[in-house]
Design a protein around this ligand. Structure first.
Ligand code: NAD
Length: 252
């Protein structure tokens, strides 16, 4: 049985990924800093209790990350997959973006993903390799308004993925990025106003938001050493055609 660590695993994309990986026979450590979300997830995933560990973790704590990875490798592993889904953002104009917010977003989205990936890759290197999937965003690929800090952090994740893929290939560790468009998750429910929703519906060629399961299935493909055995260093936008688009036909 393969073991995966999913950060941000108690909500949204991370929760959908945890559920799918459990169905596919993985052992999963769902790590999240929100205890209430972890309790909630425990109820939703109770059928798979022996395959699942729900762990409180702040990905910005190097010590806590190292402990989680060591515990997982020694008693629930070997670690074959990592999904870095813990993250957050804010929609704020450039001139209103404070250095403090810029640092906080990078601390979680970039440094957190780096810490988890590095600790897990060190373990994977000893046990024959594995796969890492980082969750970026379409906002790391193009200039969406209000995303100075968030977009920069997700652009950094995309660049980090490519370097990791190159350096870790000799260790049989593949590293890829999934860049979601707008996905119906608790994060989005909290921050997308009707105006923001209207904007996405107008500019996404498929004219709808994606669902967490549609990201989870892409992550599961990229983690799979049979189906994605020669895929590494890639950024796959799962976005209803958003980053591929130019002029759209009027809705009608
Ligand atoms: N939902 C979208 O439209 C969308 C689009 C593009 C990218 N993303 C990215 O997908 C990822 C998941 O987002 P989501 O929409 O599922 O959000 P979500 O808020 O539903 O889930 C994110 C989870 O990450 C956890 N988390 C945040 N900071 C953490 C930390 N320091 N340590 C551990 N856990 C932490 C939160 O507690 C939460 O449970 C994020 O990286 C987000 O930037 C989401």
């Amino acid at each position: 049985m393969r073991t995966a660590i999913v950060t941000g695993g108690a909500s949204g994309i991370g929760l959908a990924t945890t559920r799918l990986l459990l169905e596919e026979g993985w052992r999963v450590v769902a790590a999240d800093r929100n205890p209430a979300a972890l309790d909630d997830a425990r109820g939703k995933l109770s059928a798979a209790a022996d395959q699942l560990r729900l762990v409180e973790l702040d990905v910005t704590s190097e010590e806590a990350v190292d402990t989680l990875v060591a515990d997982t490798a020694s008693s629930f592993g070997p670690i074959g997959g990592v999904v870095n889904s813990a993250g957050f953002g804010r929609d704020i104009p450039f001139f209103d973006t404070t250095p403090d917010l810029f640092r906080q977003i990078h601390e979680v989205n970039v440094i957190g993903a780096f810490l988890v990936s590095r600790a897990a890759a060190l373990a994977m290197r000893e046990t024959g390799g594995g796969a890492i999937v980082n969750i970026a965003s379409v906002s790391g690929m193009i200039g969406n308004i209000g995303r100075t800090a968030y977009g920069a952090s997700k652009g950094a994740v995309i660049a980090m993925t490519k370097v990791m893929a190159v350096e870790l290939a000799p260790h049989a560790i593949r590293v890829n990025t999934v860049a979601p468009g707008p996905i119906e998750t608790p994060l989005v429910a909290a921050v997308h106003t009707p105006e923001i929703r209207e904007g996405w519906h107008r500019t996404v060629p498929m004219r709808r938001y994606g669902m967490p399961d549609e990201i989870a299935s892409t992550i599961s493909f990229l983690l799979d050493d049979r189906r994605a055995s020669y895929v590494t260093g890639q950024t796959l936008a799962v976005d209803g055609g958003f980053v591929a688009s130019g002029l759209l036909a009027p809705e009608g």
